[in-house]
Design a protein around this ligand. Structure first.
Ligand code: HEC
Ligand code: HEC
Length: 135
């Protein structure tokens, strides 16, 4: 009787550990898709990320991807993970500001760029132009 209980506990622990291990593997595979996210959630789906880049950033500012993303010198293709263009870091700081405005002045609990919960978005100020102050 006693041995059986011990065996069961060991079996249960083994199963738990292997389930946790495979969950960790799945999680890290998902997180490794994007390598340089500092404001957006690291495990964001590609659908959600694309939507932000196109609807909020491209359309919101009236620019193309290369306004913020630098091209790789060798391939000429846009290197989305690179921080070589200063506009990308400015965009990050605008994202933090936008999150802050929603949190502080509109009392939104967990504001994140691209979610329906936001009251103030990039478009609230930009409305399709990169320099809303007329520069
Ligand atoms: C207004 C600036 C801006 C524009 C325009 C823009 N992006 Fe981005 N993009 C960013 C910023 C900022 C990040 C990093 C976000 C973070 O740090 O959380 C990013 C991150 C990304 C990433 C993730 C890269 C990685 O591995 O970390 C991809 C992919 C991407 N953008 C694709 C695009 C595409 C495709 C377009 C055009 C349709 C586009 N972006 C337009 C600012 C921009
Ligand atoms: C509260 C108003 C406001 C909000 C919200 C806002 N912006 Fe801006 N943004 C501005 C103003 C004003 C400028 C022009 C600043 C200047 O001329 O130096 C600007 C300029 C920029 C620039 C160009 C900077 C440069 O000097 O090249 C980028 C890129 C940008 N914003 C990205 C964003 C993104 C992405 C969002 C949403 C996450 C956003 N902004 C939300 C007001 C805002």
């Amino acid at each position: 009787m006693k041995i059986n209980r011990k065996f069961l506990i060991i079996l249960l622990l083994t199963v738990t550990v292997s389930v946790m291990a495979s969950a960790t593997i799945l999680k890290s595979e998902k997180e490794e898709r994007y390598v340089n996210l500092k404001v957006l959630p690291k495990n964001i789906s590609s659908k959600d990320l694309q939507k932000i880049m196109v609807d909020d950033f491209e359309d919101g500012l009236g620019v193309a991807c290369n306004f913020c993303h630098a091209a790789d010198k060798n391939t000429g293709q846009l290197d989305f993970a690179s921080d070589a263009k200063p506009e990308k870091e400015i965009a990050r700081s605008m994202m933090r500001m936008t999150i802050g405005i929603n949190k502080k002045y509109f009392k939104i609990k967990h504001p994140m760029i691209g979610t329906e919960a936001l009251t103030v978005t990039c478009n609230t100020c930009h409305n399709g132009v990169a320099f809303p102050d007329g520069h």
